[in-house]
Design a binder for this molecule. Structure first.
Ligand code: BGC
Length: 327
């Protein structure tokens, strides 16, 4: 009897602790030490240096773009770069010089730059053959950017998929981390899991040591965020978003990502410009605020690339979008 009473007491105590935890959690959601990573509000400059060549998928990056980005209140750009197909024993010198030029031009405007190895399709299809190229690329980048201040961050591999599972990606990261750390002992480095940097794969990654942040990409529901595009595998017709159920599902996902104790970086999220304005703004604001409430820094996809923030004819923000993303 005593044991039963004790158990009941313990149960009640546990329930009390649960309620206190629930109240505390609601009042002070889990936060991460990400304030230490010098990234707050970031914008992806996608479809430029990650295209087969700069200009193939949209306009080349100009100093005017960087002025606009810094003036709009972003502190960071994520620069996706297709190094994999600009490599022939070493990174094409002219291409690397162009990448460095953009890095310097952004930093001159006070922007931090996340240099991201993007669209390495050859590696995804055949990691055994291309792993040495991955190592060679990071060895060269580690040399080239040695001595840069902390406003440069390395993101080792965008969206591992196909034959690059999370386990394979971890092997790739382990193969370059020591050589990067020799020249960049304190630099922030970002890594993510397989399945296109999915949230669930990210949550399986182990603790990786100081100054390493985990990333995930978020576009759920894809039928809404990627609607009316000719380039997606499947065509999604126009659809709106914003019911209470839909909002709470998105909030729950982002809260789930925050289970990780590592510094977190929501490296891509966005909605195509073709979605209706009210739904688009609501989704962006919901995701952005939930990420901030959980101490994550974030990076909107993208400056252009059909997910645009601004009307490139008049250089104005699309209606309501500044409020949704920045306020
Ligand atoms: C890809 C882009 C794509 C975006 C949204 C990025 O990771 O590189 O090509 O537009 O995700 O799907």
């Amino acid at each position: 009897m005593e044991r039963i009473l004790f158990s009941l007491h313990r149960l009640r105590l546990m329930c009390l602790q649960c309620s206190i935890a629930a109240i505390l959690y609601a009042t002070f959601p889990a936060t991460h030490v990400l304030a230490d990573m010098p990234v707050g509000r970031c914008i992806n400059i996608g479809n430029a240096l990650d295209a087969p060549f700069e200009g193939a998928w949209g306009p080349a990056i100009t100093e005017h773009d960087l002025d606009w980005i810094a003036g709009a209140g972003f502190d960071t750009i994520r620069l996706p770069v297709r190094f994999g197909s600009h490599w022939n024993g070493r990174i094409w010198p002219g291409f690397l010089a162009r990448v460095e030029q953009v890095v310097l031009q952004a930093q001159e405007r006070g922007l931090t730059v996340i240099l991201d190895l993007h669209h390495f399709d050859e590696l995804m299809a055949d990691p055994d053959t291309y792993a040495p190229v991955f190592v060679a690329i990071w060895a060269e980048l580690a040399d080239r950017f040695e001595g840069h201040d902390e406003r440069l961050i390395f993101e080792l591999l965008n969206e591992p998929h196909d034959r690059v599972t999370t386990a394979r990606a971890m092997e790739l990261y382990q193969s370059v981390l020591p050589l990067i750390r020799r020249k960049h002992p304190d630099r922030w480095i970002i890594i993510g899991g397989g399945d296109m940097n999915s949230l669930d794969e990210m949550l399986t990654l182990p603790e990786m040591g100081p100054n390493i942040a985990l990333t995930f990409h978020y576009y759920t529901p894809i039928q809404f965020t990627h609607q009316q595009q000719a380039w997606t595998d499947q065509y999604f017709p126009p659809t709106s978003w914003g019911s209470a159920f839909e909002r709470s599902a998105v909030r729950a996902d982002i809260a789930r990502a925050a289970r990780s104790d590592m510094p977190l970086f929501l490296g891509e999220f966005g909605v195509v410009r073709k979605a209706d304005t009210a739904s688009r703004n609501a989704w962006i604001e919901t995701v952005r605020k939930q990420a901030e409430d959980h101490g994550m820094s974030w990076c909107y996809w993208a400056y252009g690339a059909g997910f645009d923030l601004r009307d490139f004819r008049g250089y104005e923000w699309y209606p309501g979008l500044y409020r949704a993303l920045m306020e």
